[in-house]
Ligand binder design. Structure first.
Ligand SMILES: O=C(O)CCC(=O)C(=O)O
Length: 207
């Protein structure tokens, strides 16, 4: 079995310097297969974190489950400080997905945050990825249930409006340009009966 990444991705300009890419069904499994998310979850079983996360020197409440792969604890990294992370190769498919994203965006991603939303209650509030350098890409791929991914400008008076995208199984969802400096993103709670969702967000963390 292998993965096929389709080319069709729609880029939305959030403002002249910020963009969001949505590729519906970007990852397809070729050949008989269990679900990718089942493999990834089996590899990460027992390592899911809940409650608060410690990022860039601060604790945040997060009503979802997560774990890092790739960049571990290094003296150079101030982004993830508390705990070493396994290499991406510890998770089936992560390396293959990273390579496809690297081809697409012309850069390598050295870390992946795996986010698990078992129910509609699991969510992530408005935030931006403060560590990101200028012109960085946070590249996401989603598996399982469809959830709304929302973006809003940090400066409410800037004249641009909030947007939302329904991100479903196999979809690519990426943010780039100045987005981490001018926009916040969230995955809100929902009372709809939604299937469990696993999202992967890839970053190039250098400090
Ligand atoms: O799971 C998602 O779609 C969002 C993840 C997220 O907010 C993040 O990784 O910063």
């Amino acid at each position: 079995m292998s993965l096929l990444m389709v080319d069709e991705v729609t880029r939305t300009a959030l403002d002249p310097d910020c963009w969001f890419d949505h590729g519906v069904g970007w990852v397809e499994v070729v050949g008989p297969a269990d679900r990718i998310e089942d493999d990834l979850m089996a590899a990460g079983e027992g390592a899911w974190e809940t409650g608060t996360t410690f990022v860039y020197g601060k604790h945040y409440d997060v009503p979802r489950m997560w774990q890092w792969a790739g960049l571990g604890f290094t003296p150079e990294s101030r982004y993830i400080e508390e705990k070493p992370a396994p290499p991406m190769s510890a998770f089936p498919w992560l390396t293959e997905i990273e390579e496809a994203l690297a081809d697409k965006y012309g850069r390598r991603f050295n870390s992946c945050l795996l986010n698990l939303y078992p129910t509609g209650w699991h969510s992530v509030g408005w935030h931006f990825d403060a560590c990101m350098l200028r012109d960085e890409v946070v590249a996401g791929v989603s598996f399982g249930g469809t959830r709304r991914f929302r973006l809003r400008p940090i400066d409410g008076d800037c004249g641009y409006s909030s947007v939302g995208f329904d991100v479903g199984a196999g979809d690519l969802f990426s943010m780039g340009g100045e987005t981490q400096h001018r926009w916040q993103h969230s995955v809100p709670k929902t009372t709809r009966d939604v299937a469990s969702r696993l999202s992967l967000t890839f970053r190039t963390i250098t400090h």
